[in-house]
Design a binder for this molecule. Sequence first.
Ligand SMILES: *Cc1c(COP(=O)(O)O)cnc(C)c1O
Length: 429
Amino acid sequence: MSDVRDRVRFSYSTTVSHRPGLALVSTLTGSWSMSSSLLLRSLRSRTLSRSYGFSLSSPDRLQFIQTEKPRTPPPSKSLVFGHTFTDHMLTIPWSSSEGWGIPKIEPYAPLSLEPSSTVLHYAQTLFEGMKAYRDEHGKVTLFRPDMNMKRMNTSAERVSLPTFDGDALIQLIKKLIHIERDWIPREPGHSLYVRPTMIGTQKFIGIAPPSEALLFVICSPVGPYYPDGFKPIALYGTTEYIRAAPGGTGAFKLGVNYAPAVMPQKKAAQMGYAQNLWLHGPEHYLTEVGTMNMFVVLRKGDSVELVTPPLDGLILPGVTRDSVLSLARGHASGTYKIPNLPEKLIVSERPITMKEVQEAEASGNLVELFGSGTAAIISPVNRIGYLGKDIHVPTGEDGMGPVSRPIWTELVGRQMGTIPSEWSVPVTA
Ligand SMILES: *Cc1c(COP(=O)(O)O)cnc(C)c1O
């Protein structure tokens, strides 16, 4: 332990408030005469052992153990999504008796886990995906990180992993990104993909809320999803497998949702389709595309309707989905006009069936269909294999459609900092 302390070369202090912790614990005791930090510490662990800890260990206790073998980031051209990781990672242990422990930024390295760790047996694991962008002046930003923290806490609750103070974790992630800033590629369209993860680490082959957990964050430099321009993809309207079910876990970013989708994806690929279009129920409601949310654009008289399924428990509440919806709604209501987006735009969160898509194709009213997510941002679709036939979806010359193109342009502008936006959050040291 002292060895670790000796190697700490960096101590970090911020103004992140402990008040969420205080608000609750102050009702548990009246002994305010203790030194405040002592009080906080004792109260925090008392609270946490009862309530699955909502107050993440304070960022001001962060320890930084710098790598002794710094690497040179590889040339941006050679980057393949999700294969390269930076020099450091953030780790924060949790236990039901101690609450959140000391956060550490330490060299990226294998984790040491007991073979009996709950995560290895019952998939007590969740993750997030967010990106840090560097603008042309070198300023580094995150895109709506509060949304990721909110979702991560929702996921944690769903699998009985501990919750935490999202603002405190953002502070720590910013610190990590600042340390790794030279790993953010400078080329346009590139970014640093940030992967917060939480796992149950208790050594116990029993199905119960784990009494120990580990939150960690790793970073991966990534290039643009479509380096040579948009390439519309073909989907397989999957009727033999499902991704999510009512009352299940589809609305949460849990590891358990993803492994079962790999085999159906492989089968779709063997038939010449890039991704599964996940359907629900005998009506074949469209839900999601691979690991992306989904939008359909329909012509309705002299208007166009942008449709996405509602957040009914089957749909992962994507940050990109929410951003597309709020941009489209701002445009439709006239509060924030987006250049080149059709003037008469109807924005609908409503169920949509394959029958409706087929009929729209037949009547020439299917305008476009696209997926949305942090990795690809917008992914246009040109074909859907469904019950032995192909539905053809129009795409423009550049692969995009009349709604996705202007929205993509606005979204990327806000992410890269060329369009000022509250969604873009600076990563300051
Ligand atoms: C992560 C994810 C999305 C997209 O969410 P974003 O926050 O926009 O990246 C959509 N669907 C599934 C199943 C996902 O895992």
